[in-house]
Design a protein around this ligand. Sequence first.
Ligand code: GLN
Length: 453
Amino acid sequence: TQAHIDAMAKHRDLNAYITETPDLALTQADAADAALKAGDAGAMAGIPIGMKDLFCTEGVLTTAASHILDGFKPQYESTVSANLKKAGAVTLGKTNLDEFAMGSSNETSYYGPVKNPWKRTGDTTDLVPGGSSGGSAAAVSGRLAMAATGTDTGGSIRQPAAFTGIVGLKPTYGRCSRWGVVAFASSLDQAGPMTRTVRDAAIMLGAMAGFDPKDSTSANIPVPDFEAALSGDVRGLKVGIPAEYRPEGLNAEIDAVWQKGIQMLKDAGATPVDISLPHTKYALPTYYIVAPAECSSNLARYDGVRFGLRVTEGVRSLDDMYMKTRGEGFGKEVRRRILIGTYALSAGYYDAYYLKAQKVRALIAQDFRKAFEVCDVILTPTAPSAAFELGAEIDDPITMYLNDVFTVPTSLAGLPGLSLPVDLSAEGLPLGLQLIGRPFDEETVLRVGDVME
Ligand code: GLN
């Protein structure tokens, strides 16, 4: 823990943490030490981790990287962070993210962008760590934490994991409780581990997951021993390769790493099978209706009365206070999404946009159900490129949204998705692949990932 606290102080330029809690960490480390000596230690005893600043932590500033949550110290602990504490994990601090987890580059944070610890060979240009869990990814990749929590609504665990050369797992929707996680799009949000190895992800997921009566969408399904699933044997397994994930103009290096992954699994005795997910091309537009619609509803609670920031200067009425607080408190991307969402949900447009998107979402889920009749796991690229330069895409929302093209379908279908580093680009940057599994079959996804590591 002390070594990580020192590393955090040394690498503040990465901006991976919004709040550091070294004193709390050392107290927790002592407690873990005592538990280990008493032979009564949990699975995460003494492991120093970063906590994405979207998880409410009792008495510790929780910002969601938004100005509107200024000074918010929750009186309660999220179920996932409480589970991790119970398992003995040590929390080093709260990691940076895109504001309310909306973004793919960690540049929409009120607390400033995070830098990717990786750089191109022979180049000093700063690159993005991906997003929205960019602080968690940079912390794990830069050795400022042994592991970190992330949340993934459309790719926010997997894409930053790919950009920083680490492992990231979005579990099946409902596997981890959403209670106490600041809500973005409730039908999509899911917490998961970001780690250095697949084995670490298996151990950490075991500590995070479980039924929670406080979250009505939490699944009442037993949590298996994920680590025990890492048998090293994938012989006879059928690996689906979806044709639709090779769009025209696919980056040649991404295609090459995908082929490499297929070959690795063949060598290990698995069989690739061609599959089709015909509604893939509608996933991104569907997501960018559903997610903003849910966000516009979830973010209505920030009224300047109950949480954080309240603008009072020059305010003439209650409505005026709402408007000034929300106008000042939310950043540009969050305001854009609230506008899209309220538009899509408004009378007269609801059927044309929101209802239509829900129908397409059902078709996307059906594509996966059919595909899993002929394969056990699906292998795809995680992201369409390696990490890009800071500032390169932030002014072009459509280009930014395209980062999620391979991760969003899994989110809409609620399936587990694992990203793991497989190769380096010619410029020396990490490239990741994604493994998608059947609902609640994180075990197969982890077992295959472990073999590819
Ligand atoms: N990049 C996507 C978005 O901006 C996904 C974010 C996420 O998964 N939280 O919505």
